[in-house]
Design a binder for this molecule. Sequence first.
Ligand code: ZN
Length: 55
Amino acid sequence: MKLWVTPDGDRWLCDECLEQFREQMEEEQWRAPFERWDPMLRCSECRHGDVEIFD
Ligand SMILES: [Zn+2]
């Protein structure tokens, strides 16, 4: 998951949601200072994690 610095604050976004924000991202010059692989992280948009956990 990548942590993006946006005008509205920092937000974690998964790759799928990233696609939806691509235009806004370019307009507002979002930056991704770091990427972290952590199954506990949740996307701020869809609330899903990087890893799907099945019971
Ligand atoms: Zn997402």
